[in-house]
Design a protein around this ligand. Structure first.
Ligand SMILES: NC(=O)c1ccc[n+]([C@@H]2O[C@H](COP(=O)([O-])OP(=O)(O)OC[C@H]3O[C@@H](n4cnc5c(N)ncnc54)[C@H](OP(=O)(O)O)[C@@H]3O)[C@@H](O)[C@H]2O)c1
Length: 314
């Protein structure tokens, strides 16, 4: 295995950084997610190559969660291996996040939003990633059964313990989000960022008022699945390729690709071409243009995809 030395020009390769809400943190306009393509089932050398390309092009933010893989936990194990093989000398240049909120281990304490689950999960994540702390720890989803204060106090205590520098929430509904922002601010652990799905096909955080709330509260916003898992690229315009997420996974199913959707994608693709862009580039730029958006959190199954997507940073 060849040694990795980060490109000395990595901060002059075109990346731009955006302030995350009213915080001291700057995030790259494009961040890299480990949901797919970094699990135990994926070739390590390819995962490694993608992260090298990312970091060499100024992507300092890697986003994980306890159950990314498959199998669960294995994306974090890949991150741990990457730390040992390549990234340890660059730890202070990286902004690494993880989350807990979805099912992770069996029994009553391996899911949702209890203090018991969040605390144990973060300890496991740190062990898998070979890290002393994460930069950002998220509640991955709102738990309607657990008192909000219990989940939020766990986030406060995680920061106080030094295991995370900042906290965030993901996929929380509007009113609970408002409470969360207030609760965390009153305890001097302000919410750094909200992670939600915003893309040209799914504008819920905008329509629901989450984005406005983030702006008012000085909280950043990062958009996950900004390419709608690949739909907002040229991937499916002429059929479903064998190596695509749609042909393999359970999260993007062929029945989602209706004739109506395909027609819309083809129309947008033509519009993008008229502008001299790819559909992916246009879709990412559209998100970055929305007021309040800090970063787009892309996935990539190859370095070439990431390379193309980075063109949205102008
Ligand atoms: N908070 C949450 O609940 C939540 C939920 C989902 C995701 N996330 C975060 O968001 C990250 C990104 O999610 P995502 O992977 O769904 O993002 P995405 O950027 O919408 O989709 C990525 C997929 O699109 C395809 N693709 C990307 N660029 C392409 C290009 N230029 N041309 C053709 N195809 C391209 C690839 O799929 P192929 O495999 O087909 O090549 C790639 O794996 C995750 O890794 C995770 O960190 C968070």
């Amino acid at each position: 295995m060849e040694n990795y030395f980060a490109d000395p020009q990595r901060y002059n390769n075109g990346m731009q950084y955006e302030r995350c809400g009213r915080s001291g943190v700057l995030l790259p306009k494009v961040s890299l997610g480990f949901w797919h393509n970094f699990g135990g089932v994926d070739p390590y050398e390819r995962s490694r190559e993608i992260t090298h390309y990312a970091f060499d092009h100024g992507i300092t933010h890697f986003d994980l969660a306890n159950n990314y893989g498959p199998p669960y936990g294995s994306a974090e194990e890949t991150m741990g291996r990457l730390m040992d093989d390549d990234f340890r000398p660059y730890r202070d240049e990286l902004f690494i996040s993880t989350k807990a909120g979805y099912d992770m281990w069996p029994g009553p304490y391996g899911n949702w939003g209890s203090r018991k689950y969040l605390m144990a999960s973060l300890d496991q994540s740190l062990r898998r990633m070979h890290l002393d702390y994460v930069d950002l720890f998220y509640s991955h989803r709102y738990d309607p059964e657990t008192p909000l204060e219990e989940t939020l106090q766990a986030l406060v205590d995680v920061v106080r313990s030094g295991k995370a520098l900042y906290v965030g929430i993901s996929r929380w509904p509007l009113e609970a989000t408002r409470t969360a922002f207030r609760y965390l601010k009153e305890r001097d652990v302000p919410c750094l960022i909200y992670q939600g799905k915003l893309n040209m096909l799914d504008r819920e955080p905008q329509e629901e008022g989450i984005l406005d709330l983030c702006r008012e509260a000085g909280v950043g916003f990062i958009s996950f699945s900004p390419l709608a898992q690949g739909l907002l690229t040229d991937r499916y315009l002429n059929g479903v390729p064998e190596d695509s997420r749609m042909s393999k996974g359970k999260f993007l199913r062929p029945d989602m690709l209706t004739d109506e959707l395909l027609e819309k994608l083809r129309r947008w693709n033509a519009e993008a071409q008229d502008r001299g862009e790819t559909l992916a580039e246009m879709a990412l730029s559209w998100i970055l243009d929305q007021p309040g958006v800090t970063s787009v959190l892309v996935g990539a199954s190859s370095t070439a995809q990431l390379q193309k997507n980075l063109r949205c940073v102008k």
